[in-house]
Design a protein around this ligand. Structure first.
Ligand code: ATP
Length: 674
């Protein structure tokens, strides 16, 4: 990855220093990226373009990077795109003067609204050439559209999209019309605007690739400016390392513009108010696997609480530190400012006002600022014990009033990432835990430290595991205690944290989080609802949802009814082009959906099947078979995960391989993040 040497000419020669970045230039780059599947080539296009931005219009770097990621803002800002097909079709019709009926027919035929938009624009006679779009202008307008709420909101969204599309250039290749054969359509502004609105760029441009390209562009720019020479491989690698270690992607750009790439690490210090992506764990199949992995090291086994991940940020009014302004709805108490962030860095402060209100009573004197990693768990006040996860799910997600709360929660703290002005992530877990105990005190039913035992005896671990289950937990989290291996690794699914769930041991296999793509009408008692569903995992290299099973088990009648209600508005005419599923006639579901819901599913085991496409590329099976789940069972809705956070095709392949070689291959698992 670090062998990037390209120093070819600017990809977009017409743009002058100081001009706003032309949106057409970004679309040209998108189009080049779309035409290749080679990762290095994609990275070179991306990086070369970002270098041009840095040289000519660095002040537009932030919106450029965001649009490359298909986002408008940091996750915690709560700005969502993903606008439904029907609104977009209406806007395409209005802005191009074509009837909705024709647009729908085109969509039926082409199956990609981006291409439909490009085609519609292309067939429209041009009276006058509109003012060229700029990256910052498109970003602003998309932001306006995304923020529209309330009554009449849909109409205003349509006219916002209409405005953007009217100014967009169809820019068709050689005037020949949209190349539907290739299913790509060339560098068209209309196409990419629509895809951004849909929340799916489908360029095969993973977030990770944008990050590495950005690191390369920044390093290149800094070194060239200072020395007039291209950077060495070591310098490029150093730049990449710096970016990967920066805590929050969203703060990188402004910090870079002020400090340059090599001082970025210091400039992007972890600060209360800006969430960092949490560290995640690798699954294991047995306690002996844990012992193999951590042989000769000291480790600790904590209960794995079954609730919702929460990252709590706090700064007291009398601390000599200001709360970062990034978090929009920080809670303000008499003691200080605070926020709760989810696993996806979304702001949960409006869901848990009770936690924010009680927070100051859990801290000891002298604790003035912190970032706490913990799990919120439903709590039975009478029995004084943990309640199942399902109870927690019955809480409202927004605008909760403390006096209306029926399900009480207890916070179980397991890590401390920042204390009194100092980041702790690069301290050993033993030290972080000691500081956690120094800074907080337990309050029954409100705040507790995660239970743990420090042992490396198989029998003792088995007892801890059983005790954790008796205490209504999911199993154990096993963590390294000392040295750099125990440092907190933001956003990484690390092999220094292992999870041991009781289900793995019972032979039921790990659970998966899967996206609902389609459904089959029920029979008999289930005639009026969907009786079974088609689920998929996510391939984050190709950005496709790959089908992995049909599921009809684990649903109550009441649940099926409410799922029918939730899913009906998400029905679409035909599968999205980024759905990968067998084309066999009898394999098709009765209806297809927008990709929105993510469900946790358990399976007996995994097998290969021509009907499904999961991990087919990763496994390279010559007959193109994918992995499928045998006897899948619905466990619960994972509304804390977005479709792109679903179990990845790589993880499915890893699970399949592991199952195939149980007992044979005990080597460490491969890291899937970075
Ligand atoms: P899962 O479905 O198992 O929660 P996940 O992908 O959300 O999977 P994992 O890294 O696989 O996350 O499992 C760790 C999760 O377990 C954390 O995100 C956290 O919510 C929860 N958890 C409960 N107790 C602990 C603990 N003691 N230490 C760390 N995480 C814990």
């Amino acid at each position: 990855q670090s062998t990037f040497k390209s120093n070819t000419k600017d990809p977009y020669p017409d743009w002058k220093a100081g001009d706003p970045v032309p949106y057409a230039a970004l679309c040209t780059t998108f189009s080049k990226i779309e035409m290749t599947t080679k990762r290095l080539e994609i990275m070179a296009h991306c990086s070369l373009f970002l270098r041009q931005v840095l040289r000519l219009t660095p002040q537009d770097l932030q919106p450029t990077v965001l649009l490359m990621l298909g986002k408008l803002a940091a996750d915690y800002a709560g700005i969502e795109l993903g606008i439904g097909e029907s609104l977009i079709m209406k806007a395409i019709g209005e802005s191009t003067g074509r009837s909705l009926k024709i647009i729908k027919e085109d969509q039926q035929k082409i199956g990609d609204l981006g291409l439909v938009a490009a085609k519609s624009k292309g067939s429209q006679p041009t009276m006058f050439k509109p003012k060229p779009l700029t990256v910052r202008g498109v970003h602003e307008q998309l932001m306006t559209i995304a923020k529209i709420e309330g009554s009449g909101g849909q109409g205003r969204k349509v006219s916002g999209i209409h405005k953007l599309l009217s100014a967009a250039d169809a820019n068709l290749p050689k005037g020949k019309g949209v190349d539907i054969e290739e299913n790509k359509g060339g560098p068209s502004e209309a196409k990419f605007i629509v895809r951004t609105l849909e929340g799916k760029m489908r360029l095969g441009l993973a977030d990770k690739t944008v990050l590495v390209s950005l690191a390369q562009a920044m390093t290149y720019h800094d070194v060239m400016t200072k020395t007039k020479k291209a950077p060495t491989t070591e310098q490029l690698e150093k730049g990449e390392r710096v970016l990967k270690n920066v805590y929050n992607y969203e703060v990188i750009v402004p910090a870079y513009l002020e400090n340059g790439v090599f001082d970025l690490h210091d400039a992007c210090k972890l600060q209360p108010g800006v969430p960092l992506k949490p560290m995640l764990a690798k699954p294991t199949k047995s306690i002996t696997e844990v012992l193999d992995r951590f042989e000769g090291k000291d480790f600790t086994c904590e209960y794995k609480y079954d609730g919702e991940r929460a990252q709590i940020h706090f700064v007291a009014h009398d601390a000599d530190l200001t709360y970062a302004t990034a978090a929009p709805s920080a809670g303000n108490s008499s003691k200080g400012v605070s926020n709760i962030f989810s696993r996806n860095s979304e702001d949960l402060s409006k869901k848990y006002p009770d936690i924010l209100a009680k927070l100051p009573t859990w801290v000891k004197d002298g604790t003035k600022s912190f970032v706490l990693d913990c799990e919120t768990v439903a709590w039975d006040v009478d029995e004084k014990k943990v309640l199942p996860f399902q109870q927690l799910m019955t809480r409202k997600r927004k605008d909760v009033k403390t006096e209306d709360i029926k399900v009480k929660v207890c916070v179980f703290a397991f890590d401390l990432l920042f204390l009194n002005g100092e980041a702790l992530v690069n301290k050993s877990f033993r030290d972080r835990r000691a500081k956690l105990y120094e800074a907080f005190k337990e309050v029954e039913g409100e705040f507790a430290f995660a239970q743990f035992g420090n042992t490396n005896e198989l029998d003792a671990i088995q007892v801890l595991l059983e005790d954790s289950i008796k205490a209504s937990c999911e199993g154990l989290m096993v963590k390294m205690l000392d040295g750099p291996e125990s440092y907190y690794e933001p956003s990484r699914r690390s092999q220094n944290w292992l999870k041991v769930k009781k289900d793995y041991l019972a032979g039921a296999g790990d659970s998966l989080d899967l996206v609902v793509l389609g459904a089959y009408y029920g029979r008999g008692k289930r005639t009026n609802v969907y009786g079974a569903f088609l689920l998929a995992c996510y391939n984050n290299s190709s950005q496709q949802y790959e089908s992995v099973c049909n599921i009809g088990t684990g649903f109550s009648e009441a649940l099926l009814e409410s799922l029918h209600e939730t899913l009906s508005p998400l029905v679409i005419d035909r599968p999205k082009p980024f759905y990968s599923h067998s084309t066999g006639n009898k394999d098709q579901p009765d209806v297809w959906f927008e990709p929105r819901l993510v469900w946790e599913v358990k399976t007996a085991d995994l097998t290969l099947s021509p009907r499904y496409k999961a991990a087919a590329d990763a496994l390279g099976d010559p007959s193109g078979k994918g992995v499928s789940l045998r006897f899948p069972r619905y466990i619960r809705d994972r509304d804390d995960k977005k479709p792109d956070d679903a179990t990845t095709a790589r993880q499915v392949a890893e699970m399949y391989r592991k199952q195939e070689s149980v007992g044979k291959n005990k080597g460490p698992a491969v890291d899937d993040d970075f």
